[in-house]
Design a protein around this ligand. Structure first.
Ligand SMILES: Nc1ncnc2c1ncn2[C@@H]1O[C@H](COP(=O)(O)OP(=O)(O)O)[C@@H](O)[C@H]1O
Ligand SMILES: [Mg+2]
Length: 316
């Protein structure tokens, strides 16, 4: 069963294509991660799927409802936390939650129970009487995310919900989302932080320049790209040696600073042999040399970079 099914969905602003013919299938009861750099089209996609803006073309089925024809039907059954801050400055934390529940016609008794539960779950109990205006950005974000859980829904959209949260609040939120998904909620979650998507999501789509360039489970994405290793060379004095390595096949060379050279490759043993040979035959002394698995962050960046390059070379 799918909670979201989307075919060739596009959104243009004039000549600019913000979302470019994406296909998506999101399984019910799972957490789907939507990952991409700034400007990739994540927020636009969320606005399309939540029917806040109409698509330029394409089809979308949300919870079995035609989202293009019946946007209001969709909205009754979903929750959405947008990227943009939204709060009433003079309202206290607890009143913000209470009022949100009223807006959704949640009965008084249920509201009371949920407010108490959410104040604890989002670590807001100590500041329950504080006005939104007097909160830090991270606290306000926690209020904005927590109030969405005041009402019943089948599908929740979260647009970069962890931005501005400290590590413990971030972890708390991710774990709370996990617990709600165990109870049957489906979550569509955007982030530009790969570790977060890996921790939380059953499936991850990577979007860049309005196009989806990879969709898979975190495990598969890792095994597909995770064979890559990174060789880091710290020189003991500044010198430009990248040209020496240019001839080694199958690697990408970066100059991080005057004395640090990074080499990415998925044939690290071979490349390492070559590197050591070149260093020795040129009499280059090295302070430190290490070989480490490429981090998820770097994998993500390289996938995005490759897709940019293939776009450019296709004359776009
Ligand atoms: N209303 C709009 N008018 C024109 N361009 C827009 C509008 N909304 C978004 N864009 C553009 O669409 C692209 C994708 O934006 P967005 O979906 O917000 O990216 P993300 O959320 O991944 O950072 C950006 O280049 C942005 O400038
Ligand atoms: Mg965004």
């Amino acid at each position: 069963m799918y909670s979201i099914e989307v075919n060739s969905l596009s959104k243009s602003y004039g000549n600019f294509i913000a979302v470019d013919g994406i296909d998506l299938k999101v399984e019910s009861g799972k957490i789907f991660g939507f990952l991409g750099p700034n400007g990739a089209g994540k927020t636009t996609t969320i606005k399309l799927l939540t029917t806040l803006i109409p698509p330029s073309s394409g089809k979308m089925n949300i919870l079995g409802i035609d989202g293009v024809k019946s946007p209001l039907e969709v909205r009754k059954r979903i929750g959405v936390v947008l990227q943009q801050p939204s709060y009433e400055p003079t309202l206290s934390v607890e009143k913000s939650l209470e009022k949100y529940g009223m807006m959704w016609n949640v009965d008084a008794k249920t509201r009371k129970v949920r407010v108490e539960e959410l104040l604890v779950a989002f670590d807001l109990a100590d500041i329950r009487k504080k006005k939104n205006d007097d909160l830090s950005i991270g606290q306000r974000r926690r209020v904005q995310v927590s109030r969405e859980f005041m009402h019943d829904m089948d599908l929740l959209f979260l647009d970069e919900p962890t931005v501005g949260l400290d590590p413990s609040a971030r972890r708390g939120l991710l774990d709370y989302i996990k617990s709600r998904v165990r109870d049957g909620l489906t979550v569509f979650f955007t982030t530009h932080i790969l570790e977060e998507a890996e921790y939380l999501c059953d499936k991850i789509a990577i979007i860049n320049r309005g196009k989806i360039i990879a969709v898979d489970t975190p495990e598969v994405l890792k095994s597909k790209f995770g064979r890559k290793k990174t060789i880091k060379i710290h020189l003991d004095k500044r010198q430009d040696i990248s040209s020496l390595f240019g001839a080694i096949p199958g690697c990408i060379i970066e100059h991080d600073s005057d004395t640090v050279v990074t080499i990415h490759s998925d044939q690290s043993e071979k490349v390492l042999q070559n590197v050591l040979q070149i260093l020795a035959s040129n009499g280059i002394s090295v302070e430190d040399l290490s070989v480490v698995p490429t981090s998820l962050e770097e994998i993500f960046l390289s996938v995005v970079k490759n897709s940019n390059e293939s776009n450019n070379s296709s004359g776009k």
